[in-house]
Design a protein around this ligand. Structure first.
Ligand SMILES: Nc1ncnc2c1ncn2[C@@H]1O[C@H](COP(=O)(O)OP(=O)(O)OP(=O)(O)O)[C@@H](O)[C@H]1O
Length: 256
């Protein structure tokens, strides 16, 4: 089943000088896929993710998530749609530091009026899978960056969304924690069939995906799919990145 469909998508930022950040983007993501988006700085990755997240509106074209066009919904319906159908993982974790780890994770369920017992049951199962059971009652300032990101992954998945969107989820992590987080996302994708879309500069993170889509200057540039061998896929990613070019920090240092 197709979870995400993007058709002829375009985005123009209107300012004193208008800027066409994306043009004619077409892509489709099937249920259970784990897809990466890569491209040089300024190529339009965040713009694309913001529109799929429904945070920003396209200038042209169409986005459908689970068959629904979110931009046709009213403000209230859209807020509910985001809360129920999407899960978000950001580079900066976006956890509320007055709450405990557990309270952060159950927040989407609490907002939806799910009963306490059911919330506890779900959080226990997920915390066990993500290896964060022992920190559930800690405040977020008492945990490490890697633990914070695992907490954010749990929060993004607790309500079983149709699509989890991740923007540089390993951006603020050391290489060991980055791998841990990617392995956790990979396992949830494989075992629970969570559909995930990830924007990243990090070829190691991207090598966990089934498919990586490259964009350049606001247009689709190339797409590669993973075989069974993650190291070979990593090398394929590096090869496309070197063809794509780029001005600097975005493809280095290579953490391998
Ligand atoms: N709100 C905005 N107003 C005007 N131009 C914008 C706005 N947001 C982004 N842009 C421009 O659109 C282009 C794409 O930006 P975007 O942030 O999507 O790139 P990116 O690929 O995510 O870059 P990075 O990897 O550096 O985060 C850039 O040229 C950027 O300057």
């Amino acid at each position: 089943m197709e979870i995400l469909s993007v058709r002829n998508l375009g985005k123009v930022y209107k300012a004193a000088v208008s800027h066409e950040a994306l043009s004619n983007i077409n892509l489709s993501i099937e249920e259970g896929e784990f897809v990466g988006i890569m491209g040089p700085s300024g190529s339009g990755k965040t713009t694309l993710l913001n529109m799929i997240s429904t945070i920003d509106r396209p200038t042209s074209g169409e986005i459908r998530i689970g068959g629904e066009d979110p931009f046709r919904l009213s403000q209230d319906q859209l807020a509910m749609f985001r809360r129920r159908e999407l899960g978000f993982v950001f580079q900066s974790f976006n956890l509320l530091n007055t709450l405990t780890v557990k309270e952060n994770i159950v927040l989407p369920l609490a907002l939806d009026g799910i009963e306490l017992e059911e919330m506890n049951r779900r959080v226990e199962v997920l915390a066990d899978k993500l290896g964060i059971t022992s920190i559930l009652n800690k405040r977020t300032y008492e945990i490490s960056g890697g633990q914070a990101q695992r907490t954010a992954v749990a929060r993004a998945m607790i309500h079983v969304p149709k699509l989890v969107l991740a923007d540089e989820p390993t951006g603020n992590l050391d290489s060991k924690s980055a791998r841990d987080v990617m392995e956790i996302m990979d396992r949830r994708n494989k075992e629970d069939k969570v559909t995930m879309l990830l924007v990243t500069h990090d070829p190691v993170a991207a090598s966990y995906c089934n498919r990586v889509i490259f964009i350049k200057d606001g247009q689709l540039y190339n797409e590669i799919t993973s075989g069974d061998n993650q190291s070979a896929f990593y090398q394929k990613i590096i090869n496309v990145l070197s063809l794509l070019g780029g001005s600097g920090h975005e493809f280095s240092p290579v953490r391998h």
